[in-house]
Design a binder for this molecule. Structure first.
Ligand SMILES: [Zn+2]
Length: 348
């Protein structure tokens, strides 16, 4: 058995912080693509894109009998500008499973088509307990929540005059904190922690001159949170392994320190043989991992299976507390996710 290469936790967390601070709300790829192109060119990898802007890095393996694709989605949950109220407050639609109870009061960034970014914050229409009887009890959804722009505006005309328009994309403050006890907190552990784990594994195989057992593609979709990131899979791919967060709760083995392998989600069980192989590799390399059945959850492997691609699907990633809110995991699970990726790349 090949020894597990050393994974530097400090470097891995730095990479995560670097990635999580680049906005990449669903469908908004210009800034994160530029960042990934920089990172991959510094590692000596070439990138390509498909028409839906999934970024690929393709690496030749020792054996060309099959092609494995690892996917980690770049997109994060957020919003899109729907219209502007007469008083200048912005109405939105959500992109992905936004929980407004968590978002209320959070800072956001509005990305316009002209390339400008404006700052603002999420408020409820009845925003102040000093003023509104229903400030605590009113529902939090797209009918009641608004974006308050950090600009000198008091009407819809003022807002449109800034160049903000319907369809502008809104990303949320990542709020990244790494504690001395090794917890990593951010709104976008999902899925930037997996993106970091995957890229760190790619860096390690370069540095250690490890040639993957099989031809291997690394894919970075930008539409996972709305369900179709991995829906298109190139014909060459035989196995699609999504790196995505694991869930924590009463019915789960998952914790913030474990690599959670999804046995099934709300659509389908994942491939029996592939999932078993991943779990066996985790045991072989003493990576703290578990199997769970997910509830309100889908991954890019699910999207790939749902779209009818001829692939075997699997999913794993670090356990994530408070998912789609202010999320938390532990560095040990990000490292474990990187190690399981290396284990499957070496594929003993
Ligand atoms: Zn995700």
């Amino acid at each position: 058995m090949r020894e597990m290469p050393y994974v530097d936790e400090k470097r891995l967390v730095e990479l995560f912080e670097n990635l999580v601070n680049v906005p990449s709300v669903v469908a908004y790829y210009p800034e994160i693509d530029k960042k990934l192109e920089e990172i991959f060119s510094s590692m000596g990898y070439e990138v390509s894109y498909d028409n839906k802007h999934t970024l690929y890095v393709k690496v030749k393996g020792q054996d060309h009998s099959k092609t494995i694709c690892f996917g980690a989605h770049l997109d994060t949950i957020g919003m899109i500008v729907r219209q502007v109220d007469p008083n200048g407050w912005i109405q939105v639609r959500t992109l992905g499973g936004v929980n407004f109870h968590s978002l209320e009061g959070e800072n956001v960034y509005i990305h316009t088509r002209s390339g400008k970014t404006f700052e603002g914050m999420v408020i409820h229409q009845s925003h102040s307990v000093h003023v509104f009887d229903d400030a605590r009890d009113s529902v939090r959804d797209i009918t009641t929540m608004r974006i308050l722009l950090d600009e000198d505006v008091s009407s819809d005309k003022d807002v449109y005059a800034l160049g903000i328009d319907h369809g502008d994309l809104i990303s949320v403050e990542p709020r990244c904190i790494v504690t001395s006890s090794g917890f990593v907190k951010s709104r976008h552990i999902d899925d930037k922690a997996c993106v970091a784990a995957l890229i760190e594994a790619m860096r390690i195989i370069k540095e250690e001159n490890i040639v993957p057992k099989y031809d291997t593609w690394f894919a970075f979709p930008i539409f996972e949170e709305i369900g179709h990131g991995g829906a298109y899979v190139p014909l060459e791919v035989d196995e699609y392994i999504a790196l995505d967060i694991g869930l924590i709760g009463p019915h789960y083995h998952g914790t913030e320190k474990k690599v959670c392998i999804g046995a099934a989600d709300n659509f389908s069980p994942y491939d029996w043989e592939l999932t078993t192989k991943l779990y066996d590799l985790a045991k072989m390399y003493e990576i703290d991992a578990c199997l769970d059945v997910y509830y309100h959850f889908g991954s890019d492997a699910t999207a790939a299976m749902r779209a009818g691609n001829n692939i075997k699907g699997a999913v794993y990633g670090m356990g994530c507390m408070n998912s789609h809110g202010y999320e938390r995991t532990h560095i040990s699970a990000i490292k474990g996710t990187c190690e399981l990726t290396l284990a499957y790349l070496m594929n003993e």
